[in-house]
Design a binder for this molecule. Structure first.
Ligand SMILES: NC(=O)c1ccc[n+]([C@@H]2O[C@H](COP(=O)([O-])OP(=O)(O)OC[C@H]3O[C@@H](n4cnc5c(N)ncnc54)[C@H](O)[C@@H]3O)[C@@H](O)[C@H]2O)c1
Length: 375
């Protein structure tokens, strides 16, 4: 029986990204509603539930999956849990929205795709840059020929490092700034270039600032080649002071456009006193700052959740899927191998000997190849 009405959602996780999911869904009141949240630390899920009037609270997400009315689950938990959570959601018959990166390993990503297919549920990959209004506008212009033949797509995302301890622990995250932020840039270039296959990846990376906190890289430059002849340049950092910075540049033989997600949508501000919140991960609001407004809308989070809910109702077709997430995983692997071996890596690339993508860099560079592990 086809269901109607708002899609009922359970959220796994209750901190940073879970809060964004809850807020974004509340901004999409016609299509979707959150009916439950699950998170293991006592009190955290309850606090999120209180903030967003979510009626049901669980400390074990498996209990939440038993709720028959929940149709879609969003996974806002650490990377190493994405696969097991997706598989259990699929077995419980729930459609899945999984946060980026898709998984820790290519094999995990493949299992997620297989299991969701087997159980006839959707696996939607929560890459919000595909919904970011400013970036969507750039793609719409490119698609009607505004820039002629696009030969270079640049995307960069940088800040001074993540908010939670697990990101810095490579056993739970799988990689540093490239894995955490480069997954956005790779997905963006791939989407912008209409899924032209990625043919090679070249990376240089290092740990320049946070050696005391992590064995992961805190800065990375990545060059992608695509089958259609275009190139991608993805820059990422956990070492960049001054809060979140997210921008794109698109170059074609007939034009160019630049998009600065945060500062381009901000009020250039000077304040002696400070004033509260400017932008994600900004350390202070005293002196010069660039406060954003409608931050979630500018990122595309409510648009993303509305779209995914409409996919569950078969009104739309997923714009970004588990398969897209897997393409990104393969490019991440190739990027770490490239930095480790000090050479361009041609795709397809798959290495089943590592449990964490970052080992492709750490193991090879400790053997004296590739870009320096520690500066
Ligand atoms: N799309 C984006 O721009 C974006 C931004 C930030 C984070 N993320 C992604 O979202 C995911 C979560 O990141 P975050 O920043 O919210 O991290 P976080 O540390 O702020 O929150 C992680 C949450 O996972 C929960 N969790 C841990 N173990 C669990 C378990 N066994 N069962 C259920 N819940 C569990 C924690 O209790 C916590 O609520 C990551 O994959 C991250 O890469 C995406």
């Amino acid at each position: 029986m086809t269901k109607n009405g708002r899609v009922k959602v359970g959220i796994i996780g209750s901190q940073f990204e879970a809060d964004i999911h809850a807020a974004a869904i509340q901004m999409s009141p016609h299509d979707v509603e959150v009916v439950a949240v699950a998170s293991p630390t006592p009190g955290n899920a309850a606090a999120l539930a209180k903030r967003y009037q979510i009626p049901r609270v669980f400390t074990d997400y498996r209990e939440m999956l038993k709720e028959p009315d929940i149709e879609m689950v969003t996974i806002a938990a650490p990377n190493w849990l994405h696969e097991q959570m997706t598989v259990e959601c699929a077995r419980a018959g729930k459609h899945v929205v999984c946060e980026k990166p898709l998984a820790m390993t290519i094999a995990e990503g493949e299992r997620m795709i297989e299991e969701t297919r087997r159980h006839g549920v959707l696996l939607m990959y929560a890459e919000e840059l595909v919904f970011t209004p400013k970036y969507v506008k750039a793609k719409e212009m490119a698609d009607v020929g505004a820039f002629g033949k696009v030969y270079l797509v640049k995307q960069s995302e940088k800040h001074f490092g993540p908010h939670s301890a697990w990101f810095w622990d490579m056993n739970r995250s799988g990689g540093g700034a490239f894995m955490d932020l480069g997954c956005h840039g790779i997905a963006f270039c791939y989407w912008f270039l209409a899924r032209s296959p990625i043919t090679s990846v070249y990376c240089q990376m290092g740990t320049h600032v946070h050696q005391d906190k992590t064995e992961g890289e805190d800065n990375c430059l990545c060059i992608l080649e695509f089958a259609n002849g275009a190139m991608g340049l993805v820059e990422n950092s956990w070492a960049r002071r001054g809060g979140m910075d997210d921008r794109i540049e698109i170059y074609g033989d007939a034009g160019v456009t630049y998009g600065n997600l945060h500062m381009g949508n901000a009020l250039p501000t000077y304040s002696e006193n400070g004033y509260g919140y400017a932008v994600e991960k900004a350390p202070s609001t005293q002196g010069w700052s660039y406060p954003v407004f409608e931050e979630l809308w500018n990122y595309g989070f409510p648009q993303e959740m509305t779209h995914f809910a409409r996919c569950v109702r078969s009104q739309e077709t997923p714009a970004v899927t588990g398969e897209d997430g897997l393409v990104v995983m393969e490019a991440l692997y190739a990027g770490y191998a490239s930095a480790g071996e000090g050479r361009k890596i041609h795709l397809p690339y798959r290495n089943t000997n590592v449990k964490r993508p970052i080992d492709l860099w750490l193991q090879a560079s400790s053997a004296g190849n590739g870009s320096a592990a520690k500066s």
